[in-house]
Design a protein around this ligand. Sequence first.
Ligand code: PEP
Length: 245
Amino acid sequence: MFVAANWKMNLDKKLIFEFSKHLNTFKFSSKVEACIFPPMTYVDYLNSLISNLPISVGGQNCHYKKSGAYTGEVSPLFLKDTGCKYVIIGHSERRILNHETNDEIKLRAQSAINSNLKVVLCVGESLIDHEKGSALKFVEEQLLESLPNNFENLLIAYEPIWSIGTGKIPSVNDIEDMHQHIKKFIFEKTNKKVKVLYGGSVNLENINNILNIVNVDGVLIGGSSLNVKDFLAIYSAAVKHLDKF
Ligand code: PEP
């Protein structure tokens, strides 16, 4: 089980310091892996504050080249060098605001993997595709075009765009179908098993329902991960959920 916090472009040095104080007094479980994706500039700082804890740190994106004339971009090697274990690739905000295409996302994911980072590859449909009933088809196409050629331990985050930051989430059946579809599709194409996280308006109220859905292997949390108490309560819900089995 994996619980990931995508802080996006939030939390400065002072707030990260405060956040880390709570993390340092919390008892983490070996059953649930936690990873925080802070703003790139604070990867090193966060790592230094939580280096004794069983929490991973990750980058929110990386470039497909390892070095060169790419002003403003981050090399996967630099993420690795600053202690990142994971990287998010293909978040819908990057796809929409930075015009990242599936082709580019595939390159970024492969480059990250080749640099020994574990990739959280984000997919998810728009509201239009959701309402048309073509979400499965849309996500299948995203996967077809953006899955790296070689990978081990890939994590997929199913994040419907219309659910991110809106408080709306798909029905239990829709999440279950999508996660099953993603796993089946990737297995048929690559003979590999992947874990699928759900992301989109995860919060304290809906976490138990989400964790109870078959084929949900964890969550990627945006807004609710900015508050350390909420983040740790969601983490604890994941531990409790596993304790039931
Ligand atoms: C996200 O953007 O990855 C996300 C899941 O955001 P939120 O939880 O705020 O919907």
